[in-house]
Design a protein around this ligand. Structure first.
Ligand SMILES: *[C@@H]1O[C@H](CO)[C@@H](O)[C@H](O)[C@H]1NC(C)=O
Ligand SMILES: *[C@@H]1O[C@H](CO)[C@@H](O)[C@H](O)[C@H]1NC(C)=O
Ligand SMILES: *[C@@H]1O[C@H](CO)[C@@H](O)[C@H](O)[C@H]1NC(C)=O
Ligand SMILES: *[C@@H]1O[C@H](CO)[C@@H](O)[C@H](O)[C@H]1NC(C)=O
Ligand SMILES: *[C@@H]1O[C@H](CO)[C@@H](O)[C@H](O)[C@H]1NC(C)=O
Ligand SMILES: *[C@@H]1O[C@H](CO)[C@@H](O)[C@H](O)[C@H]1NC(C)=O
Ligand SMILES: *[C@@H]1O[C@H](CO)[C@@H](O)[C@H](O)[C@H]1NC(C)=O
Length: 828
């Protein structure tokens, strides 16, 4: 009975289905038929209706479609194949195509995909013979056949990242499965699966955009080389058989199973095996019946633990560089940045992490003070392969100190009681590994650098680190009590050495600290003469600002370092102490979106600040120049500035309000990262103006309304200016355009709100196609900007909120009109 019932069901289905689907489709498509990519596009269904071939809209890109095959009966329409151009490694293989593209069945060329203008984008290659029809088969295979029903082309022979039951990958065909970029981005990703010439099934990471592989992180062990007394025959094909079992079939027909478990019946379950975008190859099943609320269940995966598996000579591992991989219960990786680091691209959880501070030998030399760095401790964490020094025998304290004093060192690993590895950036293959019991990773973090918000996904290790430190103490204690005599002697020596060092430090400290003021511990104090020489007599002027004139120069620091020297207007003659305090506050800032202050000069009337020199000019010249920068670049600049301001507002020892945020005060470094300049100077100036109380700080067009009213000045003035500047970044135009032909366009903030309210953002960005292709983000950014330019400071979001909105962590609500205060407010 148990067996009869499913068969009876299948029999009934076979009887019923053709009748119900004949009306629309018998699975056959004749030459000349076509499909067009639109919102209500039709598709070519398999006779059973399980699979469909056609265009699927990309979930995150409204106007892009993917020519693909998908499970049509399940709500999430899981894609199992997509048109991919294997020749074109630069495009990355996948072919999301614009609205209006068309796929047509041609007798000679097979399937031909053309763009809205008729340009050919892709075709099913290697057709020999004349196609008479094509068909979506019940297995999920799309085939093209000639008049004698010979298969001329099959999607099963061109798999993308997924295999289905009855699909066979022949070693001789040289087929390779590539992962996607991400769950929703179908471009070629970082991992591949193939049956190698020697018969081994392997998983490799590759070095995009080329296919060049790193060492495999999984090997089936089915290669020809006979280890076990000459019996092993090489793997010939990877078989996903009709009952859902996956195995490697050797040349002698022996099978090497990849899964051993008993599976449900293919009449009750859908099966698929996918090389996921994170490099894990997984077989999934899903009940056919509970369509509405079923989901794919993972049956097994290779490798078993990808975090531990991806050590290779190059490549970052499954997570990006500097990231740490932990395995989730479903055998898929989770990637996190260590504390002190944050995601390079906030929308890519699996991408690389970058330090939130600047570290390097030149940087360290320029900051002569002690205690530049401190350590965060992680246990059971390692980044194999990034070490440049291996010290042994060495104590933990020696290990830490050695890393602390070495400007190349980013992380020190102490393990095995006497082994110390020093590691440099970028760190790769970061993982949490339970077998590294007792191993400690000391992550070097710049003192005073910004620590990302604790609640965010970026710093999961921070809240635990205190607890872990305690664990370490207990660990040291138990080693002392439980270890052998030899270990104890070593430890006692280590402690003595440690005490000696601490004692010496203590002795030295009062001497150095007594006559060094706080400014000098962080920055260099220049003489006026030194700066005259550095700038060649203030010869080359870089720009003029509200606070002074900037000159180009170079200082000698081992090598010649280009600098920008700002000569301040003489404003605060009798305030020497406060000048130093303020400069010290500025000097303690370390953030990748701020311009670094190297040093200062304070001699009589002469007050100068020495900044790092940035090569790519100001944001103003970048935005309003002849060439429009790309939308992606502008987005990353906007996010960078927001983070920089957030740091000034929330994460410095003393809050810094900039008061003059505008594109002229944003500089761009070699990589076009936004770096905020001139921060902290407003306070210096305001100190001076407490006597006068007349002038309005900031620059016309960017100035928050509270400056004109008798209202307290808070950090929200920067939010206002940021909002104005965000609109300028979106539109690549100045906030006030006196030459505007149409009067309603002259004031950008008004014009932007009008466009937003009337739903004509196309006009706001002057029909910039690149921006309009990303309409969702455009709309979000405009909404954020409108929130920022609210007249009422209390309605404006904080910079933390702004960054969260820009990064998509929180939703952006519909903003109110940024109109002048209502009467009640002005009255009060
Ligand atoms: C498709 O058409 C061919 C020839 O017209 C026929 O032999 C074949 O059975 C058809 N396939 C289906 C699934 O109807
Ligand atoms: C697509 O569907 C919409 C609404 O469902 C309808 O108004 C429109 O005419 C359809 N377009 C085509 C080409 O069928
Ligand atoms: C997918 O990722 C690639 C590489 O990161 C990128 O160039 C491409 O624009 C992305 N495609 C989509 C549709 O987001
Ligand atoms: C598929 O493979 C499994 C395991 O090797 C075997 O038990 C089963 O009979 C095979 N099914 C088919 C249809 O070949
Ligand atoms: C393997 O099986 C195929 C088909 O069943 C058969 O033709 C072939 O001779 C077999 N090879 C060996 C080495 O047994
Ligand atoms: C599906 O959802 C319904 C109600 O939401 C529930 O009663 C049913 O048990 C669910 N089925 C499965 C297989 O989870
Ligand atoms: C900076 O260094 C000092 C001295 O080592 C230390 O006491 C302090 O905790 C450090 N600051 C941070 C943020 O860790």
């Amino acid at each position: 009975m148990v067996f009869v019932l499913p068969h009876l069901l299948v029999f009934l289905l076979v009887l019923l289905l053709p009748i119900s689907s004949i009306a629309q489709n018998n699975g056959n498509v004749t030459v000349g038929n076509s499909l067009t990519a639109t919102d209500n596009t039709t598709s070519w269904l398999s006779p059973s209706g399980d699979f469909a071939f056609g265009f699927r809209p990309l979930s995150n890109q409204k106007d892009l479609f993917l020519l693909s095959i998908w499970f049509d009966k399940i709500p999430d329409k899981t894609v199992v194949w997509y048109a991919r151009d294997d020749q074109n490694i630069i495009i990355g293989g996948a072919t999301p195509v614009p609205r209006g593209s068309k796929v047509e069945l041609d007798a000679d060329k097979g399937l031909v995909l053309t763009g809205p203008q008729g340009d050919e984008l892709w075709r099913s290659n290697t057709i020999v013979g004349t196609v008479s029809y094509g068909g979506m088969r019940n297995t999920g295979n799309f085939v093209l056949q000639d008049s004698n029903s010979n298969n001329l082309w099959e999607s099963f022979n061109k798999p993308t990242d997924t295999l289905l039951p009855s699909q066979i990958v022949e070693r001789s065909a040289g087929v390779v499965l590539y992962s996607r970029q991400s769950e929703t981005n179908f471009s070629k990703g970082r991992f591949l699966l193939k049956l190698q010439d020697d018969g081994d099934l392997v998983l490799n990471s590759i070095n995009l955009p080329t296919d060049n592989p790193n060492d495999p992180y999984y090997k089936s062990g089915t290669a020809a080389s006979a280890v076990d007394s000459g019996t092993s025959s090489p793997g010939a094909r990877l078989v996903f058989n009709n009952s859902g079992y996956i195995y490697i079939q050797r040349e002698n027909n022996q099978t090497f199973p990849l899964n051993q478990e008993k599976l449900g019946s293919t009449s009750d379950f859908y099966f698929r095996a996918t090389l996921n975008f994170d490099g894990v190859f997984t077989q999934y099943s899903r009940p056919k019946t509970s369509n509405a609320n079923g989901s794919w269940t993972s049956l097994w995966s290779i490798p078993g633990n990808i975090c531990l598996a991806t050590v290779s000579n190059s490549g970052s591992g499954t997570c990006g560089y500097n990231s740490i991989c932990t395995l989730k219960l479903d055998q898929r990786p989770k990637c996190d940045c260590p504390v002190g680091y944050s995601l390079f691209d906030p929308s890519d959880q699996y991408g690389s992490c970058q330090p939130d501070f600047i570290q390097g030998c030149q940087e360290d030399k320029l900051s002569t003070g002690k205690d530049l760095y401190y350590f965060e401790v992680l246990i059971k964490t390692d980044w194999p392969n990034a070490d440049y020094a291996f010290l042994k025998p060495y104590t933990e304290d020696q290990c830490k100190q050695s890393c602390m004093e070495d400007c190349m060192c980013a992380v020190a690993i102490f393990r095995l009681g006497d082994s110390c590895w020093k590691k440099k950036l970028p760190l790769s293959n970061g993982r949490v590994d339970d077998t590294l019991d007792g191993g400690k990773a000391f992550i070097k973090i710049r003192n005073g650098s910004s620590i990302p918000p604790q609640q965010g996904p970026h710093s999961p290790f921070n809240p635990e680190s205190r607890k872990k430190n305690q664990d370490n103490l207990i660990l040291v204690g138990s080693v002392l009590l439980g270890g052998s005599l030899f270990v104890n002697i070593i430890l006692i020596i280590a402690i003595c050495v440690g005490v000696y060092f601490i004692y010496h430090k203590k002795l030295k400290r009062p001497m150095t600290l007594s006559n060094v003021n706080s400014v000098e511990t962080n920055m260099r104090c220049f003489t006026y003469q030194e700066l005259v020489e550095a700038t060649d007599g203030f010869k080359e002027e870089l720009g003029k600002g509200a606070f002074g004139v900037v000159y180009k120069g170079a200082i000698e620091m081992g090598s010649s370092v280009p600098v920008a020297v700002k000569k301040l207007h003489s404003l605060f003659q009798d305030n020497e102490r406060e000048f130093k305090t303020e400069v010290n506050v500025i000097g303690q800032t370390h953030h990748k979106n701020l311009v670094r202050l190297f040093g200062f000069c304070d001699e009589g009337q002469q007050r100068l600040l020495v900044y790092e020199f940035l090569s790519n000019g100001t944001l103003a010249s970048f935005l309003f120049g002849d060439l429009k920068p790309s939308w992606k670049q502008r987005i990353s600049i906007a996010v960078g500035i927001a983070r920089g301001i957030l740091y000034l507002h929330d994460e410095c020892s003393t809050q810094i309000i900039h008061c003059d945020i505008k594109p002229q005060n944003i500089l761009l470094d070699d990589y076009y990262n936004a770096r905020i300049a001139d921060f902290g100077l407003a306070k210096l100036l305001m100190m001076d103006q407490s006597h006068t109380r007349t002038a309005i700080r900031g620059t016309k067009g960017y100035v928050a309304p509270e400056w004109f009213r008798n209202m307290p000045i808070t950090a929200k003035v920067d939010v206002y200016s940021f909002g104005v500047m965000l609109l300028e970044i979106i539109c690549c135009r100045r906030s006030v355009d006196v030459e505007a032909i149409e009067e309603e366009k002259a004031i950008l903030t008004d014009w932007a709100y009008d466009c937003y309210r009337e739903g004509v953002l196309d006009a706001l960005v002057e029909h910039d196609v690149e921006v309009l292709n990303d309409r969702e983000k455009l709309e979000k950014y405009v909404m954020v900007a409108i929130w920022c330019i609210q007249e009422d400071p209390s309605l404006r979001p904080t910079m933390r909120r702004v960054t969260q909105m820009l990064e998509g962590v929180v939703e952006v609500l519909v903003p109110p009109c940024p109109c002048p205060f209502s009467r009640t407010v002005t009255m009060s």
